[in-house]
Design a protein around this ligand. Sequence first.
Ligand code: HEC
Length: 304
Amino acid sequence: MRRVMSRVSVMAVVAVSILGAGNFNAQAEKDRKALEVYMLKKFENPLKNRNAYFPYATDDELKNNIQPVKKVEDFRLGSYAFNKGGLEQYNELNEMPPYEDAIDEGEELYNKKFKNGKSLKSCFPNPEIAGDYPKFDDKKGEVVTITSAINDCLVANGEKPWNMKKGKIAKVEAYFASKSKEAGKKVNIQINSKAAAEAYERGKKEYYTQRGYLQLSCANCHVQGAGQRVRKEYLSPLIGHTTHFPVYRLKWQGLGTLERRLGGCEKNQGEKPHKPNSKWDKELLYFMAYMSNGLPVDGPDIRK
Ligand code: HEC
């Protein structure tokens, strides 16, 4: 009897720890699903949902420009998922994508030998990893973004770190994204420990915190505000925000990382941007990327 009991209790302990291990993302999964339901409901029929979600849109906009979005994957297109005029411009630009050369240059940089004979390839033997970052590194106790991981690799091999917003890093990320997209990879963010769940929660809190002299949060514009127009620009939803980077922006006349984009939006909020390598940026990106879990990797891409 005692032997049976002890076996049962060993089983119970094993079961609890397996359950526990799978449970660190429970809150994040709840948040992600709630956001998905909200966005799909908002965009399933903008004209019909006018009172609930589009009180400021004109009749003309609702009839002719703001289109229904049926599938959550479509949000990888940002505001072009629902903004018909924007989508037409986007499709035109995509006929001759301005980021093709950057992908090839990124591949060269990936294979290029460091002074010590190693390369980025030695750190990232599989380039199809765009959907796996940010990750929580339990040994370091911090979030690692694809951008910071590339620089960590450089520094560990005695090289100087690169600019985290544009240039070589964006090119290598363009290569990673295009390989991941070709392979049909999806965003696959993991939260596997208590510390990781805490980092996620801190990122979420910052996303919903109002700041700057305008007292706006990211969520004011990209959750509640998604689908509204700010002057001529339609606000894109948080879901799909991390799927397609790096992007070539007409405004930049070049390629930029997610970190670069964040800086611009913090300025929109009336704030001095945080540093791309800051804990703040990394944890915010961890939260944001989790919200796109399951969506296809779709980079590099084009934005205005
Ligand atoms: C005042 C409104 C406003 C606030 C607040 C704001 N943004 Fe934005 N954001 C914009 C506009 C306008 C654009 C360009 C149109 C679009 O894609 O939404 C944009 C674009 C973006 C994009 C690119 C979307 C794409 O499809 O590539 C990301 C990512 C983003 N914002 C993140 C953030 C984050 C993170 C915060 C908080 C730190 C934030 N934004 C705060 C207005 C805002």
